[in-house]
Design a protein around this ligand. Sequence first.
Ligand SMILES: Nc1nc2c(c(=O)[nH]1)N[C@H]1C(S)=C(S)[C@@H](COP(=O)(O)OP(=O)(O)OC[C@H]3O[C@@H](n4cnc5c(=O)[nH]c(N)nc54)[C@H](O)[C@@H]3O)O[C@H]1N2
Ligand SMILES: Nc1nc2c(c(=O)[nH]1)N[C@H]1C(S)=C(S)[C@@H](COP(=O)(O)OP(=O)(O)OC[C@H]3O[C@@H](n4cnc5c(=O)[nH]c(N)nc54)[C@H](O)[C@@H]3O)O[C@H]1N2
Ligand SMILES: [Mo]
Length: 761
Amino acid sequence: MPDPVQDAPEVGLPKESAAGIPAVLNSVRHVNDQAGIRRGLPAMLAVNQKKGFDCPGCAWPEPDKRHKAEFCENGAKAVAEEATRKTVTGDFFARHPVAELFDRSGYWLGQQGRLTEPVYLPEGATHYEPVSWDRALDMIADELRGLDSPDNAVFYTSGRTSNEAAFAYQLFARQLGTNNLPDCSNMCHESSGSALTETLGVGKGSVSLEDINQADLIIVAGQNPGTNHPRMLSALEKAKRSGTRIITVNPLPEAGMKAFRNPQYARGLVGRGTELTDLFAQIRLGGDLALFSAVNRLLLETDQRGEKVLDHGFVNSFTHGFEEFAEALLAEPEDEFWSRTERDTGLSRELVEEITAMVVASERIVVCWAMGLTQHKHSVPTIREVVNFLLLRGNVGRPGAGVCPVRGHSNVQGDRTMGIFERPAESFLDALGAEFGIEPPREHGHDTVNAIRAMARGEVGVFFAMGGNFVAASPDTEVTEEAMRRVGLTVHVSTKLNRSHVVTGARALILPALARSDRDLYDGQQRWVTVEDSMGLVHSSHGVLPPLSEGMRSEVDIVRELGRRLFGNDPVDWDRMADYDRVRDHVAAVVPGFEDFNAKARRRGGFALPHAPRDDRRFPTATGLANFTVNGTYAPQVPEGRLLLQTLRSHDQYNTTIYGLDDRYRGIHHGRRVVLVNPEDAGELGLADGAYTDLVGEWSDGRERRAPHFRVVHYPTARGSAAAYYPETNVLVPLDSTADVSNTPTSKSVVVRFEPSTQPA
Ligand SMILES: Nc1nc2c(c(=O)[nH]1)N[C@H]1C(S)=C(S)[C@@H](COP(=O)(O)OP(=O)(O)OC[C@H]3O[C@@H](n4cnc5c(=O)[nH]c(N)nc54)[C@H](O)[C@@H]3O)O[C@H]1N2
Ligand SMILES: Nc1nc2c(c(=O)[nH]1)N[C@H]1C(S)=C(S)[C@@H](COP(=O)(O)OP(=O)(O)OC[C@H]3O[C@@H](n4cnc5c(=O)[nH]c(N)nc54)[C@H](O)[C@@H]3O)O[C@H]1N2
Ligand SMILES: [Mo]
């Protein structure tokens, strides 16, 4: 909802560097405002420490040598958000009817505090009402029992769920008989997983922090670590100081990639900080496939002229498909190739040649990426082309080189490892069946987009969400909300109030969960969980804060109680899993790499999962080799008078959780309804800086998609490439506009036109 009182953007100049003293001050302010010193200080001293809890912010790994303060400004905000003293109790819902909450912004909802007791919205009721845990769990069990088929249930997961909870949860769904396990990954790094599994045989990154440090060249494409992975800047700074060069590929000049003032060192608090980017390629939205294939072609041509720039030994021994790839890439006539490359990337031939020269001069190369590469129609081919690029010079499976998809949610990678996947491998289901004596379903389930389609068709009786904010995070808000309203029972296991609690099925439950920072006591014993970071390191996480209410339960306990109600304790002994060591024993028996899990998880610093390409250049693909692929030349085309819009994060949000209304590095304050437009595009479209406009999405189904009332900001983004924040703009992303192969919504590639604003300020 546009909120003209709250949302009144003011615009200043974008910043030239990230962090420094303002970041420290902002961390302290957020922690103090939300949690106060008594809760805030112990939380901040425990976050990311070996005996403490894993930061609920991003999935960037912790270095082996920890600082006393091993967190960043945005980690502090994530912790403050959880550790808040504010609570939402039963009487809150008596005072606020659902219809009123529906009109509140997501920011307001989140700011009300931690959920403390289960509440139920009966059919036709106007208010949620308190309900006992027993009654709530009985109701869910009854609804699940009453379904015509287990496939009429959908079990969503957001990536904060611990390994233990995720494992129990997928087991529950499969004992019930469905693989309908969509997760936030479907909207996030699914394209990376698809492309990497096909080409390298493992859908995860292949580098460690040590590799980042040893690389001669790091390419950071489609990622804004200054905001979303601030601790990555420390790793880049360290590499930089030992001679690494960095190329940044982005339509936006992001402050964090320009310079970093590391608040952990005096040099970061005074002075300009460390310059990070050596070469900035200001690419057009969706131009990365064209860029990487152009560099690959230049490498091939150089090699054919006799300068040995390819690693022929590696290509011959470890890869498949090189000839076909090279032939396809060289087929286009030179003139056409260059005019298309310049058009699709918005970069000059000279710049592409300069990038190639830096590549040739670098023995060891790492490519890092995030949503700028994964949320386009052609994301899978784009990432496959990144793999081609690395394979050409043998940059996989040796120190200082490899693929680095930087994950989002703090345990999104672990959840997938634990089996949260709508298309599980047969080998995983076999192991699960053997361990528990159950027959897991074999038919693939719904991912996020297909789950919404099934809801819209009225096929979903129960929608259960383990965390997250499904209706706000999903594309096509109005379509998704209509679909959600057709569900019978919606259940949300949540920490904070959000939009998904006010757009519900006929009946709805909200179940309050313990969060990462909360102490998890059972029978007087403190329990702990594990998580896996973006680089495949698994470690323990111990909550430290006393829970604000006895009404909150751990995610494992919620699943366990449901399991026992529906299936009893045979063949799966749900009650025993109250001891998380027993869950870990099961994981050890089912998931490769987790042998001896309980012992390894107790090691200081945890353990690394095996990764065949990284560890011994083994590629468990269909060909048994690393695959070169032929990826074509797609780039988004935009009709006259329209721009391509990317929907992205501000510095003051965690996905749909809004921490505040500032985006400090981009110079935006006190508001979120802004659209960043290149001044020359704005001139051609008659969009004055400071004017208000509606964003209107264009898609082949003819349905009108309108995001009203955005302030135009003239901003140095690439030509043709506009930007605005998510989730306000999700209404514009058509449900059917998804990436080929991965089915990820194209959140970074929405065709929009601009119409005079329909709502007064
Ligand atoms: N503080 C904080 N931390 C977070 C999150 C958060 O919301 N807040 N979210 C977490 C999650 S779930 C995730 S997935 C990650 C997200 O981390 P990011 O991917 O960094 O997040 P976005 O804000 O979506 O930024 C996308 C970046 O890619 C660029 N980009 C967009 N399109 C293109 C393109 O076509 N080509 C290229 N080369 N660049 C492009 C944008 O300009 C922007 O810099 O962060 C995680 N960490
Ligand atoms: N337009 C557009 N849409 C996007 C994106 C984009 O870039 N553009 N990005 C996509 C991406 S990358 C992602 S990952 C998704 C994110 O999608 P989600 O993961 O579904 O969304 P979040 O906003 O992270 O979920 C926040 C909610 O999670 C709950 N929560 C927080 N911590 C816990 C916990 O410990 N336990 C439980 N049970 N609940 C908890 C809180 O109630 C909070 O309101 O959004 C996607 N949607
Ligand atoms: Mo994500």
